[in-house]
Design a binder for this molecule. Structure first.
Ligand SMILES: [Zn+2]
Length: 353
């Protein structure tokens, strides 16, 4: 017989409330652990391409569950009061996850106050109002700035919208200067330049975008910026005469036997087959990553330290493990600086070190 059946109504109510309290306490402890995991980059260290993948594959969370916990961890790690509000049940995990991209030091109190007691639907309306969808079906490009204290990886989620130029008509991204002079009155102190793009497209474009996002999920965590950036890069590789010329020169150098950072297509084929088209990273406990998407060719002994581009010195790594190895060899400071410098330009090139 079910032991709960023996409880009085009052006891049953008390017991349930006490369990929910325990559940919230555990949830906050888990969120704190995830924040610490992220700060240590521990998921990549133990062989996963991302914390999200770790949560789904190792901890067996459903994708939505993992997503909400990771977002809550990011938010509460920055705004510690959220831990208390989660524990008391004042804010739900879903509310915190929805708020996360919008919380800034100058608005978090107001946003948190406005979120208390709201249902999920009301929360969705609240955050939708924070980033209204442009209604005019025109192509627009405008400059934004990002607070310099925000780490680059989070920049897109935390940007401060400061229009620095009037909406332009149709203009291809290549015409946007990388270092345009700041408009008068715009914050200039070591701000990271960001650009807001908006345009409308048909459903074919949407389906193509969804497909590209799915195929590059491991590499880019599905960020729109990365998917479109990758598409532009691939297009330019095909149609830009300068890039074709550089490729020709690289091929000539390789043919002439000079040591080159570039990896010959024949070498790539050999390495790809040898590594089975998977990330070859193994953790200290010999746990193999095995990611199949977002793979990069990596020099085992870094090219910068005299490593060759022969098959024996080249391996396949997923992006996360390529970066982990780069951090191990060159240190965090150098890699963070390199990532900062490459953002907003062409993105990462293969064999990043
Ligand atoms: Zn990997």
């Amino acid at each position: 017989m079910n032991s709960l059946a023996a409880l009085t109504n009052e006891e049953l109510i008390h017991s349930l409330k006490s369990l929910v309290g325990d559940e919230r306490e555990s949830l906050v402890a888990i969120v704190k652990h995830l924040a610490e995991f992220e700060n240590r980059r521990l998921a990549t260290e133990v062989g996963f391409p991302s914390l999200f993948e770790y949560c789904v594959r190792e901890l067996r969370y459903a994708q939505g569950e993992a997503f909400r916990r990771i977002r809550a961890a990011r938010a509460a790690d920055k705004f510690k009061i959220l831990y208390r509000l989660l524990e008391r049940g004042t804010l739900s995990l879903t509310s915190v996850a929805l708020l996360e991209p919008h919380l800034k030091w100058n608005n978090y109190r107001k946003l948190i106050r406005a979120s208390i007691g709201k249902s999920t639907r009301e929360m969705e309306a609240l955050v939708a109002a924070l980033s209204p969808v442009p209604t005019e079906p025109i192509d627009r490009i405008r400059f934004l700035t990002v607070e310099a204290s925000v780490p680059p990886a989070e920049a897109a989620d935390f940007f401060t919208q400061t229009p620095m130029s009037e909406p332009q008509g149709i203009a291809p991204p290549t015409t946007v200067p990388q270092e345009a002079p700041a408009a008068p009155g715009a914050p200039q102190t070591s701000a990271v330049r960001r650009v807001h793009f908006s345009f409308t497209g048909d459903e074919d474009l949407l389906h193509g975008y969804e497909r590209a996002k799915e195929l590059s999920r491991h590499k880019w965590a599905g960020r729109m910026e990365d998917v479109f950036g990758g598409a532009i890069k691939a297009l330019l590789e095909k149609i830009d005469p300068d890039q074709r010329q550089r490729r020709k020169e690289r091929a000539r150098r390789l043919a002439a036997g000079r040591r080159s950072r570039g990896i010959a297509a024949t070498v790539k084929d050999v390495v790809w087959r040898r590594d089975g088209g998977r990330c070859s990273y193994q953790s200290e406990e010999s746990r193999a990553c095995g990611a199949r998407a977002g793979l990069e060719f990596d020099h085992v002994r870094p090219w910068a330290l005299g490593g060759s581009s022969d098959p024996v010195n080249v391996r396949l790594l997923c992006r996360a493990h390529n970066q982990l190895e780069a951090r191990r060899v060159f240190g965090d400071a150098k890699i963070d600086a390199a990532i900062g410098a490459s953002r907003g330009t062409s993105g990462r090139t293969e064999g990043g070190r």
